[in-house]
Design a protein around this ligand. Structure first.
Ligand code: SAM
Length: 305
């Protein structure tokens, strides 16, 4: 089992597909403390937890994130992190020193004006410098990109040209519907096969297998692979063993269902026995999911991507 933890719902970007207009951040006391998260993780470990991803919001905004990662490593669990990269220049070395070996960075455009339109920030140069610093610090960098029709889907080849020669792994993620993006979904959605076909028209592409929930394809001319995550056009529920802990302390069994367990309530007012029962129930529920229900009631900034 793989746990993605949103350690904060604060973010220094306002990505149009992620951050709902008017979103009110949670009061600090509603966020789980690192100690509370660790208590949950100790229980999950007994149920086969094998990997953790720290995410958010923007996880590098939360004070103590590197010490938290270090603590998780000391529990014997590999830890990875997803970031928008804006603070990576500052944090790359501390992340590496905490034991982290790989960071996922979200980059949806290599053009400053578009990056500004998507994220509502002028931070593209800072993000690219952050990626460079991370590589220099010895971290493996994977870039995730969400392509949206008529917004950035003409940048496929720019992404390949920029990232692959720099030994940065690249993955295209399909745009997913959330409460605040459902009305734009038809207009913006680009299925992964369309991206793959466009790449195949220009380059020699061959299937290279799966990496977690991503399908990987080798591009001969780059001697590199590119990955696709296709939760919408080709859902992968049967291969998904992810649980998510929201910033507000809900354990979610699926990104796209409303089913969740209020572990914060148990952690603050219950006991270890109840926590174990909730985890067991969550895993049983998870095993029953065979297709996405597209019923997420929260946005990604709160659930954690
Ligand atoms: N701030 C960090 C970052 O930028 O990677 C972590 C949180 S962010 C919510 C994690 C990932 O969720 C990002 O790669 C983002 O592109 C993805 N994401 C958010 N909303 C999405 C949507 N509607 N469809 C597809 N991916 C989405």
């Amino acid at each position: 089992m793989y746990l993605r933890i949103s350690i904060t719902d604060r973010c220094n970007m306002r990505c149009l597909y992620c951050f709902p207009k008017g979103y009110k951040k949670l009061p600090k006391k509603e966020l789980l403390s690192f100690e509370e998260i660790i208590e949950l993780i100790a229980v999950l470990k007994d149920f086969g937890l094998r990997k953790i991803r720290i995410t958010g919001g923007e996880p590098l905004l939360r004070k103590g994130v590197c010490r938290f990662a270090e603590k998780l490593f000391s529990m014997g669990i590999p830890v990875y992190i997803s970031t928008n990269g804006a603070l990576l220049e500052r944090f790359a070395h501390s992340l590496r020193d905490s034991g982290i070996t790989r960071v996922n960075v979200s980059v949806d455009s290599l053009r400053e004006d578009r990056f500004g339109f998507i994220t509502k920030t002028p931070l593209l140069p800072q993000v690219l410098r952050g990626i460079e610093t991370a590589q220099k610090a010895g971290l493996e960098v994977k870039v995730n990109s969400v392509l949206m029709k008529n917004i950035n889907d003409d940048e496929i080849f720019d992404f390949l040209d920029y990232f692959l020669p720099r030994k940065i792994r690249l993955r295209f993620i399909e745009f997913m519907p959330f409460p605040h993006t459902r009305n734009q979904f038809e207009k913006l959605f680009v299925p992964y096969e369309e991206i793959l076909n466009r790449i195949s028209e220009r380059y020699s592409v061959s299937y290279a297998g799966t990496d977690g929930v991503a399908k990987e394809f080798k591009i001969k001319e780059f001697e590199a692979t590119v990955g696709f995550i296709s939760p919408v056009s080709k859902p992968f529920c049967r291969n998904c063993d992810r649980l998510r802990l929201t910033a507000s302390g809900k354990l979610k069994v699926c990104l796209h269902s409303g089913w969740e367990f209020d572990v914060k309530e148990i952690l603050r007012h219950g006991n270890k026995g109840r926590l174990k029962e909730a985890v067991k129930e969550a895993l049983e529920l998870k095993a029953q999911i065979s297709s996405p229900r597209w019923k997420a009631e929260r946005s990604m900034v709160e659930i954690g991507g």
